[in-house]
Ligand binder design. Structure first.
Ligand code: NAD
Ligand code: AKB
Length: 324
């Protein structure tokens, strides 16, 4: 039986749908602090769970005979700077509870880290797997601590915990929850809804990104890999492509020619400036055959088709030849 925490979030909604297809809806229990909203996916089993409440976590793990946890509940970078205490409590105490519960019950765990573990002293291009991690945000600090906790529980107690350092994830089913890379998702919705967007990072800001289909695939592939192939118990670098804000505008304009983007960088610019531009994910490629399927153009085309369906506008991709 599978438990997903933070299941109403951007990644949770898509991951739960995939897990339900793979294992059957009766074998997946989606949980979140928030109540389920009818508009956002998740038709299967759903329970309330606050991951900072250890008693509630223990109760649900035992009552539902859970064997695997996908621990997605978390506070992202921008919200984490606004609410650092909450960020620490949810990201650190929540993960620590899941790991110690996993140790007691022999559970297998997936937990996402982030490119936010990197900082000013990290090489920003082709950032290596073993690069220095010295973040300047509370979110990044919790992700570094989280990675070390994961390795500790794996090495000291043999907990089978697997982790990925996600770049910015782009998707359309559930809105992003307060990160620095959210502009990349917002831009698609605004391009189709209003034709204009005010971007909160500068035009040249380049960050590593990934389409949700590949993010979900990476989780499934890593969890399916044989234990003997997992050489990294902190967290694996993965990436699909990188673009600057102005490059994304140019790609969207191929389909929505009248789209206008203006730029007003805010506090998220400082966060983005400490993160890598491109990532070296060769260790994940070697260990568990990681390979993304969507490049920038395939992602943009698929996003525009799906976002136009979601907001009720004609798809701008049908009249334009396919770009790869
Ligand atoms: P999100 O903000 O969209 O969703 C997080 C979910 O956690 C929300 O539904 C929220 O209600 C829930 N939550 C918050 N506090 C909780 C608590 N105390 N108990 C239970 N649930 C709680 O985030 P996401 O984008 O889906 O990210 C999921 C995980 O992936 C996070 O750990 C995040 O750091 C990581 N990650 C995401 C991205 C990305 O681009 N989306 C990139 C790197 C890493
Ligand atoms: C954020 O911007 O906070 C997330 C992340 C890269 O961790 N999308």
């Amino acid at each position: 039986m599978i438990l997903v925490t933070g299941a109403l979030g951007q990644i949770g909604v898509d991951l739960v749908e995939r897990l339900e297809r793979m294992h059957g809806p009766e074998n997946v229990i989606a949980t979140d602090l928030r109540a389920r909203q009818p508009k956002v996916g998740l038709n299967g089993r759903f329970d309330h769970l606050d991951v900072t409440d250890r008693d509630e976590l223990d109760r649900i793990l035992d009552a539902k005979k859970i064997t695997t946890v996908y621990h997605l509940a978390g506070i992202l970078s921008a919200k984490g700077e606004e609410k650092p205490d909450l960020c620490w409590r949810v990201n650190i105490n929540g993960l620590k509870s899941v790991l110690s519960a996993a140790q007691k019950r022999g559970l297998k765990v997936f937990w996402p880290s982030s490119i936010a573990v990197f900082g000013h002293n990290t090489p920003r291009d082709d950032t290596p797997q073993s690069a220095v991690t010295d973040p300047s945000t509370m979110y990044g600090i919790t992700k570094v601590m989280g990675e070390l906790l994961c390795r500790y529980y794996a090495e000291r107690y043999s907990v089978d915990i697997r982790s990925i350092r996600f770049p910015g994830i782009i998707s359309y089913n559930a809105p992003p929850g307060g990160g620095t890379t959210d502009f990349a998702v917002d831009m698609f919705f605004q391009a189709l809804e209003s034709g204009t967007y005010e971007c909160f990072v500068a035009p040249k800001t380049r960050l590593p990104m990934m389409y949700m289909d590949d993010a979900v695939k990476s989780v499934i592939d890593l969890m399916a890999a044989k234990s003997k192939h997992i050489t990294v118990r902190t967290s694996y670098n993965v990436t699909a492509f990188s673009f600057s804000a102005e490059e994304l505008v140019a790609v969207i304009r191929k389909y929505v020619s009248e789209f206008e983007c203006t730029y007003r960088p805010d506090f998220r610019q400082e966060i983005a400036d400490t993160w890598p531009r491109t990532i070296d994910d060769s260790t994940a490629r070697r260990d568990w055959n990681w390979k993304p399927e969507f490049d920038l153009h395939a992602m943009a085309r698929d996003m525009l088709e799906n976002v136009s369906r979601a907001v009720g506008t004609p798809s701008p991709t049908s009249s334009v030849s396919r770009h790869k």
